[in-house]
Design a protein. Structure first.
Length: 64
């Protein structure tokens, strides 16, 4: 997860603070995004940025 980042937004578009993105200890391909507190019921958007093996930046966005 060295060259990755994650942005989490609530349904109003406010960026929520998360912990540092890390890999799961048992599955290094599984990203873990620590939250400071449980999320309230609602809709969230996740944007994940990563650098591919050929050094191109790639973004993934998961919308509700």
């Amino acid at each position: 997860m060295k060259f990755s980042s994650v942005e989490l937004k609530d349904q109003a578009g406010k960026i929520l603070t998360t912990g540092k993105l890390a890999a799961d200890a048992k599955d290094h391909k599984q990203p873990i995004v620590p939250l400071q507190e449980p999320l309230a019921a609602g809709t969230y958007t996740v944007k994940w940025n990563v650098v591919s093996v050929d050094t191109h930046r790639v973004s993934f966005k998961v919308d509700p």
